[in-house]
Design a protein around this ligand. Structure first.
Ligand SMILES: Cc1ncc(COP(=O)(O)O)c(C=O)c1O
Length: 481
């Protein structure tokens, strides 16, 4: 028998035992030594077979523990079906559910799978408090005065320095500090658009943007977001050719809710397509520092030779959402954005700007990111596995490469607003899919925040799985009667 044949026999044997349920996800398979003895083949042959099984994601090695059957991950969601020949701008609609989800964040005994908030245990709270105290003591005048726009210079310098890692040369003089990334995007929209204008954005849409469009009276063209590739540029090209689009918004790294990112080639294509059409791009990079593999991706702004990209971000996901420190590099819209900022709230709070600047300069931000990126990668993977275990067959879930949101697609007959109400009774929050569109889309989808997933909250995924089973059964019965 040839060596190749031997290792394939081992691969087939383990695969069959997994397929027929003898070994279940999470079970330990025999050690290399054990299997070599049992099967009468060399240790090397078993090693090659196990490497092959790992490549096929059938088993995984756990350090100092052995080999285990990998969890069966559900399939990824389908790309949203939005007919590009029939893209009609739609008016955003109001949703009080968003206000309720945001209020729920304050309720301490709820399992926070609804809002995309970071894990409180991964916020460097003690360090930030120490820095905040010492900076406000050291800089009594600066910390109590208005930090007039564009905001504290030291912070803008630190941001420009940090963003070189994203392939981007930013001039600190052309950065404006904002109260979070939401304000950055809102100011950008107000600087560029007038009521009745049309915005193009990938769909599903981060729900706070949907609310902004409504408040600003904007019309929206939803461009399909492929779970793997991100915003579909061909659809955008078509939409640009057939509509009068005023601006485009993209979350090019680790989209909320999909978790995907645009490749460098697509970022470059997006920037040049929009420049040719003279349509500005608002780029939201709030999750850019949260790559699961630790490699900081580029931003689309890195390809912007014409100041046509307004890059927005914040420290809400990486350091502390409550500090409300974000920023925008508004490109050719600098004056308009500065004006909007002053009219909107004069300035962003000074003490937290000073504290974040110090953290970036001397607080070990890069080290902190390494820790949290690993932790979020593990949380996302474990939660997706738990979904695979507890949700009905046919459930689809994304494979985020960064950030901490998971997007799920359930059976067509499930309404996730009903699921929201059932979950609320068990003190679990979720974000129903219908919030992520300006039209009638995603009623059977939901977003879950895996930052708050742990062994302690695993019960909540199991409970959600049971509720989805229940909803599916009640719908089936409804159809039968
Ligand atoms: C894509 C995106 N932009 C903006 C925000 C809001 O950020 P901030 O708290 O900095 O305003 C979020 C928060 O979930 C987000 O996911």
């Amino acid at each position: 028998m040839s060596g190749k044949y031997l290792y394939q026999t081992i691969v087939d044997k383990i695969a069959e035992l997994v397929d027929n349920g003898t070994y279940k996800p999470g079970d330990r398979v025999p050690s290399i030594r054990e299997l070599s003895r049992q099967s009468g083949v060399s240790i090397n042959t078993v090693k090659v077979a196990y490497e092959h099984l790992e490549d096929c994601c059938l088993i995984e090695a756990r350090p100092q523990s052995g080999y285990y059957v990998s969890a069966r991950l559900p399939e990824i969601p389908r790309e949203p079906e939005i007919d590009e020949t029939n893209i009609i701008p739609s008016q955003a609609s109001s949703c009080s559910l968003v206000v309720r989800i945001m209020k729920d964040v304050l309720v301490p005994d709820k399992v926070q799978f609804g809002a995309a908030i970071p894990d409180p245990d991964l916020i460097p709270g003690d360090k930030l408090s120490r820095i905040l105290a010492s900076e406000t003591r050291r800089l009594k005048i600066e910390s109590t005065a208005y930090a007039m726009p564009p905001g504290h210079h030291r912070l803008r310098q630190q941001i420009a320095k940090w963003m070189t890692k994203a392939g981007c040369v930013l001039n600190p003089e052309k950065l404006v500090v904002t109260s979070g990334a939401s304000e950055a995007v809102f100011l950008a929209l107000r600087a560029i658009c007038r009521p009745g204008d049309t915005v193009a954005i990938s769909s599903p849409i981060y729900f706070n943007f949907v609310q902004m469009f409504e408040i600003l009276g904007l019309r929206v063209i939803e461009i399909p977001n492929s779970p793997v590739e991100g915003l579909q540029i061909e659809h955008l090209r078509h939409a640009l050719a057939h509509n009068n689009i005023t601006c485009c918004i993209a979350i090019s790294n680790f989209d909320n809710p999909m978790g995907n990112r645009l490749s460098d080639a697509r970022k470059e294509e997006l920037v040049s397509l929009l420049w040719e059409a003279k349509v500005p791009l608002i780029e939201d990079d709030i999750n850019g520092d949260l790559a699961h593999d630790g490699e900081r991706p580029t931003v689309a702004k890195a390809w912007d030779r014409h100041d046509n990209v307004l890059l927005c971000s914040s420290f809400s996901k990486t350091l502390a959402p409550g500090y409300r420190v974000g920023w925008i590099a508004p490109g050719r819209f600098m004056d308009a954005v500065l004006h909007q900022k002053i009219v909107s709230n004069i300035a962003t709070a000074s003490p937290t700007q000073l504290a974040i600047a110090e953290f970036l300069e001397n607080g070990g931000y890069a080290h902190h990111l390494r820790t949290i990126c690993k932790a979020y990668a593990a949380k996302v993977a474990r939660m997706a596995e738990a979904i695979g275990t507890y949700f009905p067959q046919g459930t689809r879930v994304t494979r985020p490469e960064g950030g901490f949101t998971l997007w799920l697609e359930l059976a067509e007959n499930i309404d996730t607003v009903a699921l929201y109400a059932m979950a609320a009774q068990k003190k679990i929050t979720i974000a129903p899919g219908s919030l992520f569109s300006t039209g009638e889309r995603y009623h059977n989808c939901l977003r879950l925040n895996s930052a708050c997933y742990s062994e302690e909250t695993k019960w909540a995924v199991e409970a959600l799985g049971e509720m989805v089973h229940e909803l599916a059964n009640s719908q089936d019965n409804h159809v039968k009667h």
